[in-house]
Design a protein around this ligand. Structure first.
Ligand code: C2E
Ligand code: MG
Ligand code: MG
Length: 887
């Protein structure tokens, strides 16, 4: 709505402006300012140029054509008037096509190149009528001056009155001028305007003066003629009226004489308008009565009139004026006589034109001076200003890029001061830039430091410092992201949890340095698995996890096998070859779970299950594991009550002397009879009891019961053999062990030499000195100590030298298939020999075949134990089986 109304108002504004310019153009075309004797001045081209500048060349041509047609209609116009249109067209075309902008110069150029030559041509072909050279010069000077002046005025109007802003007030922008442009147009205006005013004033003044002079001359002449006639007698006058030859001749003489005294012609006529006497012979044609039909008469005073030809031509009406006359008519110089005085204008025109030409010469001189002046101004002021402008354009950029800045030197103090100010400013700017650069560098350095510490922090937060692998945090983030990421339906994510079997023992026996190195080496090996789909993390301790984006479960199985194969070779640390195995537990997204916690829990569960299966085993999570977990929880819960409710029982397994096959000692092994689950294997519940600490009370019960049982057998008269009790390593760190043993012995009244305690190698893993102290005190009590499951841990034979032990029980793993496996056989033989050399009693456990027994006999292993002789059995059964026979 608003745009439409503003559009309309713009149209209205345009129409108004156009109409005004058009009407002014028409008016100035129709009424030029008449100076004098055919010299006139027209403002017409100003308006044509304004029309061109505001509405374009097309509208200018249309307007000029319409105005021309109107003029032709009224005046029967001459071709000469087209020269103005030619001039404007010339200027317009140069502006449009040559992108020139100085209308004043173009106007001057037009007159010099076209206007003047064409005019001279027209003069040559007598186009201007009967005019003199002087008249032609004046005409040309006037036309040139008129053209240039109009162009100047139009130029100034266009420059200083922004017509476009009048048309589009919304988009109006401030007009910006060039200094030299203002100076030169001012100078020109200052010269032209007084010149033209002077011309006009002088012209009009001169004409008026001339007319007064003519009037006086005429009056003088008339009174002279009157006086002359008054001297004539009545008769003479009558004869004159009757055309008396003598009288006519006499009057003719006087008339000729009077006329020669002035620049006029005189004619004396009678009442019938018949010429009685005249100064010129052709006077008849020039008499007013005759002329009146072809000329127009302009009355100047009562008697004086101006007679001009009826021709309507204007700009070249010089000829019309040259041929025109002032006519003075006096009736009644004598009752029947009239006098007509004719003053040809050409006589006055000549002087006037010579004066005009002088004026033009002056004008030319002033113009040239103005040009020189504006050149000087331009040179001194504008050029230095421009130079300064150039120097200061993009100054900051120049300073920043170290470009040399050329400072202008001027003879003008103001400009010099300005230059100095700029120099000063740029110096300060330079300083500022340098400071900025310094600041920038400092900032950069600080950013670098920040970035580095950020990286460090990131590393601390997300990377494990020992192995350099990403940590648990990182693992959780990564897995969460992968789960949340868009993926194809077939994608599988495998979460492979693994830990090193018996890492704890390695760490404890070989020291943390070796343990750490082992972790580093394992990490390095696992890292080799890493690719776009496989990421390895260390969760802590000996726990590692691999996230694997797979296509299917088979790929995950393959990766699991790869992981296992990593551990097939021994790992070398400081010359030590360590056979390390791993247990891998795997959960799969999305089949097993679709959130982080579930996947982690199930992979962990699967890993524990893998551990139970034995060494280097990969276990995928399955639903049974959940049952196992709940079983474990049930056990954990049940264990608390088991002790109070007396759900534990002791079973007994004999050890035999290899050489004689006689009972050498009895091992007590705990059994748990769960009210709902029935018998639960110690392999299942002992780790749980260890975890919860219940093992301490449980072992105390076992120790006490075993001592009581042995004493009971002894009291029944059975052969006295030691009873071997398994104790958890935990006792060595609780300070109660000695007291506990003492109490059991006191309670049962058993001779300490019939008590043996079995501990595994893991006791030696921490605080060895303290442990040895406790062991020594136990031995000092008379109780013997046996190292159980020897060889499954990492204690070396050489370590045994320092240990206060009596017996070494070889792990079942060493015995299994000893009769067929030569390597194993020779190793066991060596161990037996070494143990003997240390004075230790050697027991082999887990004997199941005769062949195994035979080999052990061969190598003089002291004692044997295993299903071949007896499984662990209740006390009465053992009594019946082993003592009754004896008895
Ligand atoms: P261990 O002390 O090395 O006991 C030997 C284990 O091997 C017993 O398992 C026994 O039943 C089994 N065994 C013996 N001969 C053979 C054989 O020829 N073939 C096979 N396959 N196995 C044989 P059990 O009773 O299940 O005990 C497991 C472990 O639990 C024991 O290993 C011992 O370390 C621990 N344990 C048992 N009772 C107690 C206890 O009262 N306190 C503590 N702290 N640990 C105990
Ligand atoms: Mg044992
Ligand atoms: Mg054992």
């Amino acid at each position: 709505m608003s745009t439409e109304s503003s559009y309309l108002s713009k149209r209205v504004r345009m129409t108004i402006l156009y109409t005004i310019l058009f009407l002014l153009g028409l008016f100035s075309r129709m009424s030029p300012v008449e100076f004098v004797y055919g010299i006139s001045f027209s403002f017409y081209s100003i308006f044509l140029l304004l029309l061109f500048r505001t509405f374009g060349i097309r509208w200018m041509i249309i307007s000029a054509s319409i105005i021309h047609l109107i003029a032709v209609f009224f005046y029967g116009d001459s071709i000469w008037n087209l020269i103005t249109i030619a001039e404007v067209l010339f200027i317009g075309l140069f502006i449009v096509y040559k992108k020139m902008n100085n209308m004043v110069l173009l106007a001057g150029a037009f007159w010099i190149v076209l206007g003047i030559p064409v005019s001279i041509g027209l003069y040559y072909f007598d186009f201007f009528g009967d005019i003199s050279n002087t008249q032609l010069y004046v005409l040309l000077c006037m036309s040139l001056t008129n053209g240039v002046f109009n162009a100047l005025i139009a130029d100034m109007l266009v420059t200083y009155i922004p017509f476009n802003n009048l048309l589009n007030p919304r988009e109006s922008k401030r007009n910006v001028f060039y200094f030299h442009q203002i100076i030169s147009s001012m100078l020109m205006a200052v010269i032209f305007i007084p010149f033209l005013l002077n011309m006009a004033y002088t012209s009009w003044n001169t004409q008026e003066k001339t007319e007064i002079e003519i009037q006086q001359q005429a009056e003088n002449q008339i009174s002279t003629i009157r006086r002359e006639l008054e001297g004539w007698s009545h008769d003479e006058l009558n004869k004159l009226m009757l055309f008396g030859t003598v009288q006519i001749g006499q009057l003719q003489d006087r008339v000729s004489y009077f006329a020669s005294q002035n620049k006029s012609e005189i004619a004396i006529t009678n009442n019938n308008n018949t010429v009685l006497a005249a100064s010129a012979s052709d006077i008849q044609q020039r008499l007013p009565l005759d002329i009146r039909q072809h000329e127009i008469e302009v009355a100047v005073t009562n008697n004086l009139s101006l007679f001009l030809s009826e021709e309507k031509a204007q700009n070249y009406s010089l000829a019309r004026w040259s041929e025109g006359n002032y006519v003075y008519f006096e009736e009644g110089i004598h009752p029947s006589m009239q006098a007509t005085l004719i003053f040809p204008i050409i006589a006055y025109q000549g002087d006037m034109f010579i004066y005009f030409l002088e004026q033009f010469r002056l004008l030319l001189f002033f113009l040239v001076s103005a040009l020189v002046l504006s050149f000087i101004i331009k040179r001194f002021l504008v050029n230095t200003l421009n130079q300064l402008t150039n120097s200061t354009t993009g100054l900051p950029m120049k300073l920043q890029t170290n470009q040399k800045v050329e400072w202008p030197e001027s003879s003008l103090e103001e400009i010099n001061k300005l230059t100095i100010n700029f120099k000063h400013m740029s110096k300060q700017l330079n300083q500022l830039f340098q400071n900025g650069e310094l600041m920038n560098q400092k900032l950069k350095a600080q950013t670098n430091i920040l970035q580095k510490s950020e990286e460090k922090l990131f590393e601390f937060a997300y990377y494990d410092s020992l192995t350099g692998l990403p940590n648990r945090q990182y693992f959780q983030n990564t897995l969460r992201q992968l789960i949340n990421k868009d993926k194809s339906i077939d994608d599988v994510i495998g979460v492979l949890f693994m830990d090193l079997n018996q890492f704890k023992q390695i760490n404890d026996t070989l020291g943390h340095v070796v343990g750490d190195e082992l972790l580093r080496l394992v990490a390095k090996k696992l890292n080799l698995l890493q690719d776009d789909y496989t990421r390895v993390f260390r969760l802590g301790g000996d726990e590692f996890v691999v996230i694997f984006q797979a296509k299917n479960k088979e790929e995950v199985i393959k990766l699991g096998d790869e992981i296992i194969s990593i551990f097939s070779d021994p790992i070398n640390i400081n010359g030590l070859s360590l056979y390390v195995t791993t247990s891998v537990g795997v959960s799969l997204y999305p089949t097993d779970g679709n959130d982080l916690d579930t996947l982690v829990k199930y992979a962990d569960m699967a890993m524990y299950s893998a551990k139970e299966k034995g060494r280097n085993y990969i276990q995928f999570f399955d639903e049974f594991m959940k049952e196992e977990l709940s079983l474990r929880m049930t056990l954990n819960h049940g264990l608390q009550e088991a002790l109070l409710d007396e759900q534990f029982e002791l079973y007994f397994q004999p050890k035999m002397k290899t050489s004689t096959g006689k009972l050498s000692s009895i091992e007590a092994l705990i059994r748990w009879k769960h009210p709902e689950l029935g018998y639960v294997s110690p392999a299942v519940f002992i780790p749980v009891a260890e975890e919860t600490g219940l093992i301490l009370g449980m072992d105390e019960w076992g120790l006490k019961t075993a001592c009581l049982q042995n004493k009971k057998w002894q009291d029944l008269g059975a052969e006295k053999v030691p009873i071997a009790v398994n104790l958890s390593a935990k006792h060595f760190y609780h300070g109660q062990l000695i007291e506990m043993i003492k109490r059991a012995l006191e309670l049962s009244n058993l001779d300490p030499q019939y008590l043996q305690i079995e501990i595994t190698e893991s006791v030696f893993m921490k605080n060895l000195g303290e442990v040895i102290g406790i062991m020594e005190r136990i031995r000092n009590m008379g109780v013997s100590i046996s190292i159980d499951d020897f060889g499954s841990g990492y204690s070396s034979l050489s370590q045994l030298v320092n240990l206060p032990i009596n017996e070494m029980k070889l792990d079942m793993e060493f015995i299994r298939g000893i009769d067929v496996n030569k390597k194993k056989a020779s190793m066991v033989k060596l161990i037996v020999q070494l143990a003997h050399s240390l004075g230790l009693n050697v027991v082999a456990e887990g004997i199941e075949t005769m062949e195994e027994l035979e080999y052990l006999q061969q190598i003089h292993c002291d004692e044997v134990q295993g299903y071949l002789f007896s499984k662990p059995i209740p006390h009465d059964e053992l009594y019946n089986k082993f003592y009754r026979i004896e008895v």
